[in-house]
Ligand binder design. Sequence first.
Ligand code: ADP
Ligand code: GN1
Ligand code: MG
Length: 375
Amino acid sequence: MPPSTSSSHLKNIASIGDQFAIQGQCIAGDEIESGHINTTYLATYECENGHQQRYILQRVNELVFKDPEGVMRNVQCVTQHINAKVLRQKKDASGQTLSLFPARTGAAWVEGKGGGLWRCYNFIEGCITYDVVETTRQAYQAAKAFGAFQDLVSDLSADLLVETIPDFHDTPVRYQRLLEVIESDPVGRAVKVAKEISQVKKAAPWLGRLVELRDAGELVERITHNDTKVNNVMIDAESDEAVCVIDLDTVMPGLSLYDFGDMVRSATSPAAEDEPNTELVEMRMPIFEALVEGYLEAAGSFLSPLEVELLPFSGKLISLETGIRFLTDYLEGDLYFKTSRPEQNLDRCRTQLKLVQSIEAQEKEMLAFVKKVAR
Ligand code: ADP
Ligand code: GN1
Ligand code: MG
């Protein structure tokens, strides 16, 4: 039976949704499966006059976010900042932006019956999120939207935001954690991944490059999104135009290059992130070029020459880092990323490592393209 027709399921969704300051009666609730972290429902409410309105109800993952209230305060701060700016710039707020609906108590979130912290967002209508990018236009639009997002939050004071996950994009810290887990091997899986471990170890000489440049003061930290996976931007289903950046839980100080790198990681491969056949994974040059053009269009004015030069490298680095994270989670027994089948985290790790190889093989051409357009 589809979830929206089961009455006990609907009651559970309504028991959360009804605590928010929204009107009508909950008539449908379906889980959205695409994110790896939070629990997300699309809830439909109907008013007495028959008008239907859709909302996102989302439970913040407390295993991942140790300070969920801090996450909520960040999200409140970022959405308010963006909405106020969009309103000022456009004079009206007719475009869709992400907003939190307050609870009936006035708080920004509610607590679930069995614990857990839930929030309610407006549902961004008429849009699709792509797990795999199909066209250069989608890539261009997504990159432009993430660049514009960085611009929008560039004047937000870092003091207002908590670091929701410490060392989130500190690749050497991620690598150390992997080495520890290989050593302790809590669920006995290390023996199966000797090849993957050896590929990661070969990257040791360069995996600290961005944090070293940051520590040397050569790369500045800004407020960044930090989770610029392509399915975190809502794209208009008809025009393929990017409408709104979502998933704001990791907005905090970071390097612009983490954001661009994650776009390359998540958008350039034609294969699913968990594709078991790594032969299908490759870095598609036309998609990379569209990402560069879209990102530079929105962010080119504030990027330094060094940041621009490191755009291709950032794709390789974040692909490696994400491979390390999937491998660590696999070795820990799949505790962090949501999985729907055994070995999924291992398959995810393998696609990332294949992407690293594909980027490495094309890095020179990627850099030549960046230099050509950034001139
Ligand atoms: P996670 O942290 O688990 O990735 P997200 O906030 O990215 O959670 O939400 C998961 C998915 O739910 C998104 O990829 C998107 O498809 C959908 N989604 C989230 N928020 C909205 C929204 N406001 N409007 C429409 N769809 C949304
Ligand atoms: C997670 O939440 P989601 O699915 O958009 C993860 C990202 C990873 C990504 C890999 C908070 O993103 O860092 O790059 O999975 N988010 C968090 O697909 O860890
Ligand atoms: Mg997401």
